[in-house]
Design a protein around this ligand. Sequence first.
Ligand SMILES: [Zn+2]
Ligand SMILES: [Zn+2]
Ligand SMILES: [Zn+2]
Length: 380
Amino acid sequence: GAGSPVLEPETVLLSSSELSPPASPGPRRELIAYEVKVNQRDIEDICLCCGSLQVYTQHPLFEGGMCAPCKDKFLDRLLLYDDDGYQSYCSICCSGDTLLICENPDCTRCYCFECVDTLVGPGTSGRVQAMSNWVCFLCLPFPRSGLLQRRRKWRGWLKAFCDRESGAGLETYKTVPEWKRQPVRVLTLFGDIRDELTSLGFLENGSDPGRLKHLDDVTDVVRRDVEGWGPFDLVYGSTPPIGHACARPPAWYLLQFHRILQYARPRPACPRPFFWAFVDNLVLTQEDHATATRFLETDPVTIQDVCGRTVQNAVHLWSNIPAVKSRHSALGSQEARSLLAQDWQRMKPPTQRPAKMVKNCFLPLREYFKYFSTGPTSSL
Ligand SMILES: [Zn+2]
Ligand SMILES: [Zn+2]
Ligand SMILES: [Zn+2]
């Protein structure tokens, strides 16, 4: 039956080695080369990330297997970015401290020394470091480097992996090859995110005004208007910041955002990547918060602006942008508010604009849209 483990000699061998005194993670990964070259084991039956033989699924980018714990880690970290705009973790194992960075300007991927040395060949990381213009294993013209073989159609593999493993919930899109990426077309409601998107390189300074449309009042906007202005790739909306005089009740912003979002969405089953984000500056009531979660069909995350040990500001973010969930915790509307409570009273106007707080959540869009180079001074 499916539940009873079949003990093959190799499995026994593995478990006995696993039971032996705590091995450092290094030696196990070195077994990958041994298993493939000496034992003639198919690399698809070995976890590429840690060397485990308890394979749960296939690695979506490179030929090789993946064990269940590594799959979870990979899924969580896959599209996390650092402030420098590069991915935070190794594209092979999704961990790693010291990372080699791909110098293809359209690529944001990193690789750890250990992966490169164990899978491509000992000493490779040193050689890569000495090179001035290294491009990574997904960007190189040839698909194989040592044991590392890029999958054909890896974008499709990646999408299938995310759809399958992230469970019920958000639709995911195939990442777009750099030569196909177009500048993002943005509709921004109530709050403006032009500065943030410009600093991330998604909009050029003085770029075509058609790339971003900002509306403060949408009362009279109907479907025909949105379809005429569009198509849009990203729809952003927010409630007004606390202390900001506004004529409407906070829930109005949510309901209008949701209404306009429906007009901007591509037809069902359309494969075109389409993203949205809604930010509440903690002005929605608990009931509105629940309504937002129901309407937007996803749970929000809480993003905090922390200075020292003081939370200076916090927002809730509902979004379908990849990796937003894995980077931030989800606090209930109550919890976030009580977190702020002590500081709230003596709080001067928030130090950071809400849009600035969520800025880095837009970084994963680099896998889908063209971005222009940003100077070192432009990172806010
Ligand atoms: Zn593993
Ligand atoms: Zn790695
Ligand atoms: Zn690359």
